[in-house]
Design a protein. Structure first.
Length: 167
């Protein structure tokens, strides 16, 4: 074999190698294109599912918000009813106090108002009271203020066993 034949043989081998490498490159390019398509499909799927998950979360949050708004509205309605009842009770109390004052004026006798204790207080066991606590006067916020004369009249009538105007 001469050098020209060796050279041609070498050229054929190199051409075969180039053809093989081109085929491999083409196959790899096709594989890369397939992988890119799959990647894009997965990205779209992920975006779609993320949007669906976000939409689900949004629906849940809206339902919670509606529930909270309804609860708040019911609570506000209850508060309004309670304040209305408190206003009615205050007005009734003021009316009764004015009637009591008018009765005191017309009868000429001081009248005191005693307020009944709640049932739970009447059922409770009596507490042990120290001598210092027994001597301290107890303030009853439900009792109308009394003048010094009314206090003396009340004390003297209590000693005689007579109670005036307990309502």
């Amino acid at each position: 074999m001469d050098s020209a034949e060796q050279h041609r043989e070498k050229e054929r081998q190199l051409e075969k190698e180039v053809d093989r490498l081109r085929a491999e490159a083409s196959a790899r390019e096709e594989r890369v294109a397939d992988i890119e398509k799959e990647l894009n499909a997965l990205r779209k799927y992920k975006e779609t599912n993320d949007i669906e998950a976000l939409n689900m979360d949004l629906r849940i949050m809206r339902e919670k918000m509606v529930h909270l708004e309804e609860s708040l509205a019911a609570e506000n309605k209850l508060k309004q009813e309670l304040f209305r009842a408190l206003g009615d009770a205050k007005a009734n109390n003021a009316h009764l106090q004015s009637q009591l004052r008018a009765l005191e004026i017309t009868s000429g006798m001081p009248l005191s108002v005693s307020v009944a204790r709640p049932p739970s207080a009447s059922l409770a066991q009596p507490e042990k009271v120290s001598p210092q606590q027994q001597q301290a006067p107890q303030h009853n916020p439900y009792q109308m203020p009394m003048s010094q004369q009314q206090k003396m009249d009340s004390a003297s009538s209590a000693h005689m066993g007579v109670a005036y105007g307990n309502l």
